[in-house]
Design a protein around this ligand. Structure first.
Ligand code: ARG
Length: 451
């Protein structure tokens, strides 16, 4: 059934019908559309367009559809399909439902409702992942590993601290999605095709019925605006970037060269040729899927670029990009949860690699600074001490005090106690640092965010 047959003598060419149909994409909007349609029907009754009994018939029909039906694959979109099947169920009265409404305001109302639900689901998924990071961190406040810059050993950090870095990235993601939710949660319905509706529907009332925080204040903007979807894709790209950075570390850490983690068989894959292989494909796929989000953002902004007011059919393309993005973020969050569940931290190996490195060198300089030497001079001295160690093939902890004193008389026996990985980590106890007490505070603040 076409919604616009009257003006036409022949039907749309069937291959163009297929070309222009959005059913494959917007089927998933069915429930949101039914919800919005029901609220619209009630507003029509309040406006005197529908009688009480007509409203009841329409409501019962919509209710029936909520249990599902066999979708006609030749439909132009889910909205026309809903009207077709509603007519089949309740007869001509179904034709009153579209009064004062256009698919232009209808489609974007359903999209916003749907996205709102998905944002709420994302919120829960992010929280679940955050809790996993907290749990892993709680067990590893005292586990030390080399913190790196440029992938070179820099200063030791607590594994809990490292893991909580991801917690805070996710916290910002959560905040961004919440912020976007406010702008998603505005009602376009009542904008009609573009100019508003001549029927006395109380839009604020409809908004309240559907849980929207407000109404789109300009009917032209209401049917044209897809900023909310672009914002989602931008925020989703950031979430994906975070997951990809984690995944990259997991790939590195699972190599024999690092050996910081071991992945369960349940989250690993093998090679069709090399029998010994156990590969971190899941992490690699998460890392690789960022491209989908970036692509979706570019795709949607390209659709919107230069579009004149108001509704243009180009806007139908929004769903492809939006849904690609949504599905990708959802599935990658869930895959990351599984990945984390299947991760074992190889604590001995992490600590081992701190024994022979120079990640305590800054603390030698800091020692001299505390004795009054300017930091720049101390930096120079310690650089030379490191060269000596390299020549003698020993670590800073193994270098005899007599050697230290060749560089500065400020050194005494107490230098060694400052250079163990525990001491180096323990010294960084200001807020946001890696010392156990600072990490405990961080954990407390983190827990408050996921209650
Ligand atoms: N399926 C379309 C979309 O998703 C809605 C149709 C509006 N069509 C129209 N010719 N005004 O945007």
């Amino acid at each position: 059934m076409k919604l616009w047959g009257g003006r036409f003598k022949t039907a749309l060419n069937s291959s163009l019908l297929e070309f222009s149909s959005s059913l494959s994409q917007d089927q998933r909007l069915a429930f949101a559309d039914l919800q919005a349609s029901e609220a619209h029907a009630r507003s029509l009754e309040r406006a005197g367009v529908l009688s009480k009994s007509e409203l009841k018939e329409i409501q019962a029909g919509l209710q029936d559809l909520a249990d599902g039906w066999t979708i006609n694959p030749d439909a132009e979109d889910v909205h026309s399909e809903i009207e077709r099947v509603l007519t089949e169920k309740i007869g001509a009265v179904a034709g009153k439902l579209h009064t004062g409404r256009s698919r232009n305001d209808q489609v974007v109302t359903a999209t916003r409702l749907y996205l709102r639900g998905e944002l709420d689901r994302l919120h829960v998924e992010i929280k679940t992942l955050q809790k996993q990071f907290i749990e892993a961190a709680e067990k590893n406040v005292g586990t030390l590993l080399p913190g790196v810059t440029h992938l070179q050993h820099a200063q030791p950090v607590s594994l809990a601290h490292h893991l909580l870095a991801y917690f805070w990235m996710l916290e910002r993601d959560k905040e961004r999605f919440l912020e976007i939710r406010k702008r998603v949660n505005q009602l376009p319905l009542g904008a009609g095709a573009l100019a508003g509706t001549p029927f006395a529907v109380d839009r604020l009332h409809v908004a309240r019925d559907l849980g929207f925080e407000g109404v789109c204040e300009n009917s032209l903007d209401a049917v044209s605006d897809r900023d909310f979807a672009v914002e989602f894709l931008a925020a989703g790209t950031l979430t994906m970037l975070h997951l990809s950075r984690l995944s990259e570390e997991w790939v590195l850490w699972s190599t024999p060269e690092y050996g910081f983690i071991e992945l369960d068989d349940a989250v690993s894959t093998g090679s069709s040729l090399m029998p010994q292989k156990k590969n971190p494909d899941i992490a690699e796929l998460i890392r690789g899927r960022v491209g989908r989000l970036q692509g979706a953002w570019v795709g949607l902004t390209s659709v919107l670029k230069g579009l004149p007011l108001s509704y243009q059919r180009d806007l139908q393309e929004d769903k492809w990009h939006l849904f690609q993005g949504l599905d990708c973020v959802q599935s990658c969050l869930s895959a990351t949860q599984d990945l984390l569940k299947g991760t074992h931290f190889l604590l001995g190996r992490m600590g081992q690699s701190l024994k022979t490195d120079f990640s305590n060198a800054t603390d030698v300089a800091d020692y001299l600074v505390k004795k009054g030497m300017p930091f720049r001079a101390a930096h120079e001295v310690v650089g030379k001490i490191v060269v000596t160690c390299l020549e003698k093939k020993c670590s800073l902890l193994e270098l005899p005090l007599a050697e230290y004193r060749k560089f500065s008389g400020d050194f005494s026996e107490d230098i060694f106690a400052k250079l163990t990985p525990e001491a180096v980590v323990g010294a960084r106890k200001e807020r946001g640092g890696t010392a156990p007490e600072a990490v405990q505070l961080q954990l407390k603040l983190a827990r408050e965010k996921v209650i």
